[in-house]
Design a binder for this molecule. Structure first.
Ligand code: ZN
Ligand code: ZN
Length: 278
């Protein structure tokens, strides 16, 4: 409770002057929103000119771009020359196909961490540029964009949903409508990081619900997320959208993990973070 005298002097509950707090707020907001397009988003090096995706040639050379050596279904890199990874051969995959820009490692991984956990919302526009290019390279032909949702509780805690930020940017860049609120996450599942693919499928089952079936019906939908790992989340989301009579569901993410045999741990210890979206 502020006393009348404190309020008159302009001090807040933490003893900071209102003016100072406003300055700090705007400085912070500016640092999160201000986008210098002539600086590499990966390493901070100066760029001769702004480039799509925001990465300098050095950072790009240290990022593995996903092209032809990928699973035709889920888009993850496959070590051998097989057309499909074992997960896509052996399990139901409800999405038509999924594609990513980079392997989830090095610079791309750092950028996703920055967007997701570092509050660097401005990164969304750069990541979305690479994703839009991937969309066009793949000849995706969607009618609308949907972000993989977070639960209300999780979104409140983080303040935003990184997939929504990416979906907004992509929707703007491709001039496709963004369906907000059509799909919701209705329960929090436990962290996916340590689970194997079958456990992940079980873990996300029933976690998503289509709230606006009319918006989805007959549509070719682009589902946007930041990372795809096993594809269990993407598959469950696609399943729900097809149940609501979507015409097709394609998935687009910035990065994807390498395919890992189901018997192996998907993440190293350092990669385990308290999150559910992967
Ligand atoms: Zn760089
Ligand atoms: Zn696959």
């Amino acid at each position: 409770m502020k006393t009348g005298t404190e309020a008159k002097r302009g001090y807040g509950v933490f003893g900071t002057r209102r003016g100072d707090r406003a300055k700090i707020f705007f400085r912070k907001a500016r640092s999160l929103l201000y986008v210098d397009r002539c600086v590499c988003v990966g390493c901070g090096a100066e760029l001769p000119q702004s480039v799509r995706g925001g990465l300098c040639s050095e950072c790009l050379s240290r990022s593995i771009a996903l092209g032809s050596d990928i699973c035709a279904k889920c888009g993850r890199i496959v070590a051998n020359e097989a057309d499909y990874c074992d997960t896509c051969i052996n399990r139901d995959r409800h999405f038509e196909k999924a594609r990513s820009c980079f392997v989830y490692d090095g610079v791309p991984k750092k950028l996703i961490y920055g967007l997701k956990f570092g509050g660097k919302r401005y990164l969304a526009s750069f990541l979305a540029e690479s994703m839009t290019d991937r969309y066009l390279d793949e000849n995706y032909d969607c009618d609308c964009v949907i972000a993989v949702p977070l639960s209300e509780k999780r979104k409140k805690k983080r303040g935003y949903n990184q997939s929504e930020l990416l979906a907004e940017e992509i929707s703007g860049q491709l001039k496709l409508p963004l369906l907000t609120g059509a799909l919701e996450k209705i329960r929090d599942n436990k962290a996916q990081a340590k689970l194997r693919v079958n456990e992940r499928e079980e873990n996300v089952r029933g976690a998503y619900e289509v709230k606006d079936k009319a918006a989805v019906k007959g549509k070719r939908i682009l589902v946007v997320d930041d990372v795809i790992t096993t594809g269990a989340t993407a598959s469950e989301v696609a399943h729900m959208l097809y149940k609501a009579k979507a015409r097709s569901v394609k998935v687009l993410t910035y990065a994807s993990t390498r395919y890992t045999a189901p018997s192996e741990n998907i993440f190293d210890e350092e990669d385990v973070y308290e999150d559910e979206m992967v």
